[in-house]
Design a protein around this ligand. Structure first.
Ligand SMILES: NC(=O)c1ccc[n+]([C@@H]2O[C@H](COP(=O)([O-])OP(=O)(O)OC[C@H]3O[C@@H](n4cnc5c(N)ncnc54)[C@H](OP(=O)(O)O)[C@@H]3O)[C@@H](O)[C@H]2O)c1
Length: 333
């Protein structure tokens, strides 16, 4: 009898916040493998803020998921069956295989990963797409120099916590912005940041940034956009680099908040540049080698927030927008 697959399909496009009815969970029999295909039993699904954008119609840096299509997702799992010469049963693999229990994938789209020294789930987080975002976003766009000051928002999350820790390794002063006391405390005690700003319990973010960085910010790594980005712009030091990585405060909005303080870029002779991690995928090995060394030597710490069950896909995905996730959000199948 054919194995049953469970899949999360995009059922409708959200207007603002994601609803459970935006997805449909279906069970379908798995077809037989064709030549060069691999059957992967998926264990870990990366839940990423970008998924909210992928649910919209049209193409930005990547095309939107079609209605009725399996929701796009970075995942990791184990080969259950293979008709591709490079893969055998039991191999651990990662790739963009979608939110489902099993995936049938042409072998050329799969990457073998070594899950003997680190948990397999790390390949959808720190050793996967989000880890590369922090690494290349900071080093290639932020251009950090010893002695400089970095401000990062979304600081207690996957990308932000890693950006701050890499900046510390590079000899920068690091200030993080996060929501709530628990997250702000963890920036200092767990991740070694120099200062933390709790944006949920403060009236004037720009003033708090100025108090933490009286000489200004040399790098602002932006994960949230909106008012926090504007407050950071007011505090730029001369020749500052602003890295626009994400804008999670805007993803559920229909009227985006524009920048009020962009003219500060003129007086500060600053630059503002966007990053898309896909541009660095061909350099994955370099990033994985370096991050693995830092993890093994204890120079960086990594926290995962795991939840269970494909049926809870929408509910768990929304945790990214309420801030309930404490670390990299991973859905175990
Ligand atoms: N450009 C790229 O190639 C690329 C690749 C990967 C990720 N990204 C971006 O990087 C950012 C972080 O992603 P991640 O995977 O590391 O997620 P994450 O930071 O682990 O989780 C999202 C966090 O965003 C914060 N947040 C939610 N709504 C907010 C709001 N209205 N204002 C301020 N903060 C808010 C919450 O933290 P608090 O509790 O602190 O509010 C939440 O925990 C996202 O914007 C994502 O789109 C970009």
């Amino acid at each position: 009898m054919a194995l049953l697959n469970k899949q999360v399909l995009l059922a409708q496009r959200p207007t603002r916040k994601i609803q459970s009815t935006d997805f449909k969970i279906v069970e379908t029999p798995l077809p037989a493998l064709a030549d060069n295909e691999v059957l992967v039993k998926i264990a870990h699904i990366s839940l990423d803020p970008a998924m909210r954008g992928w649910m919209n119609a049209g193409t930005t840096y990547i095309r939107g998921v079609e209605i009725g299509e399996v929701m796009r997702a970075f995942v990791a799992g184990t080969v259950a069956e293979s008709k591709h010469p490079d893969f055998k049963e039991g191999d651990t693999v990662a790739g963009t295989m979608g939110a489902q229990a099993y995936a049938i994938v042409p072998g050329k789209y799969l990457t073998k990963v070594d899950a003997t020294k680190v948990p397999l789930s790390w390949y959808v987080g720190i050793l996967g797409m989000p880890g590369m975002t922090s690494y290349f976003g900071l080093l290639e766009k932020g251009l950090p120099k010893e002695g400089e000051t970095l401000l990062v928002s979304g600081a207690a999350g996957m990308v932000g916590s890693l950006v701050g820790q890499i900046a510390k390794i590079k000899g920068l002063k690091v200030i993080g912005i996060a929501g709530g006391k628990e997250k702000c405390d963890s920036l200092i005690t767990d991740y070694g940041f120099d200062a933390a700003i709790d944006y949920k319990n403060i009236d004037n973010i720009a003033k708090a940034i100025r108090a933490a960085a009286p000489n200004g910010i040399d790098i602002y790594f932006d994960n949230v956009g909106g008012e926090i980005l504007d407050a950071a712009l007011l505090n730029l030091a001369n020749h500052a680099r602003v890295v626009i990585c994400g804008a999670i405060s805007q993803y559920n909005e229909t009227n985006y908040v524009g920048l009020k303080n962009y003219m500060k870029l003129i007086s500060a002779r600053g630059t503002l540049s966007g990053i898309i991690v896909l541009d660095y995928f061909d350099r994955a090995a370099e990033c994985i080698t370096q991050l693995s060394q830092w993890l093994a030597s204890g120079k960086i710490k990594y926290k995962e927030h795991t939840e269970q069950g494909l049926d809870r896909f929408a509910e768990v995905l929304n945790m990214l927008f309420t801030g309930e996730n404490k670390g990299k959000l991973v859905l175990n199948v």
